[in-house]
Structures are given as C-alpha cells and as structure tokens.
Design a protein. Sequence first.
Length: 194
Amino acid sequence: MGGPLHAKEETRNMRLSLQSHPQSPASAVDELWVTYSWVRSGRLRIRFYVKGAIASLSIPQKTEPLRADGLWENTCFELFIREQSASSYCEFNFSPSGCWAAYQFSAYREDMADLELAEPPHIVCETSDTHVDMKVTLDLSDVAQLSSYDVAFSAVIADKQGGKSYWALSHPQAKPDFHHEQSFTHQLKAANSL
C-alpha cells in the first residue's frame, strides 16, 4: 500500500469509544474503548480496554503467539484499514491469547488472502475482575504508505454462555458487519504526515 511510515516520537493518542450493535447488546460490558498512537519506524500502538463484569466473559487463555484463523469465534479485537475510499483493505485480528491474524481483500469480502507482515504483532493482555486491557504493537511500515487511511476498530466479545456482542465505531447495517465500507469511519493519518 505505499512508502514507509516514520515517527521519531509517539505522535498521537486518540481515544475512541466502540458501541455494541443493537442486535447484540452485552450486559456484562459497561464500556469498550480504543486508543492508538504512532511510535518509531511506522509502528502503530493500539490499546483496547473493556470495562465490566469480566468474570462472565470468555477470554482466551494466553498461549504461544501464533498466526491463527477463526479468532473472532471468541473474544477478539480487530483493525480494518484501507487507502481512502479504496475497495481493497486489510484486516487484523488480535486475541487476548496472543494469537493474531492478518488478511487482505481486493474488495468487500472478496479474494481473502493472508497478509504477509515483516514481523508479527506484539500483544500484551492483562485481565482483572473489572477490565481487560490489551496493548498491541503493529508494524505497518510495509503495509501503509500514504499520508492518510480510512480505518475501523472493532471487537467481538464472547460470554461464557455462548453469546457474542459486536462492537464498532459505527454499525451501518441491520446485522453486524465490520467489513462494510461505511464502517471505515475514522481517518488515520500516517506518522510522517502529523
């Protein structure tokens, strides 16, 4: 997707609230928000924070941090990124277990393929009775090359009874759909354009 991103210092720290889809309310979750900031060499640091009755949620246990499919079948945090108004986009999945996934699509849910990364995301997740606090450092220097991108932050929160709630900045459809083009509501500026 373009030239490398560079940042000498952490340049931005945005806090964005995610909303549960009306068809999938999560009574155990009081709030869910995400912050992000650029750090050196095109690395994006993302923090996902869930506040609520965490004991009633299904949180994957820490394991060896490998690439894995189907992470969204349990509690999982996600980032979607595309060049502004482009049809192609990338999807990143981050599990509290430390596992991750990265995909690329040519258009809406089309031509899904693994996205090769220079290095795997670094995931650190802390949980307590009241919160889940997950920090991800993602190297986008080989992926993002323009000055600005459309992004969507989202999450799937699973409970121990088998229910799921779907969280995003925006829910443009009657059913949860993080891939929908109108879900890309936030503009992410590259570190070197700030």
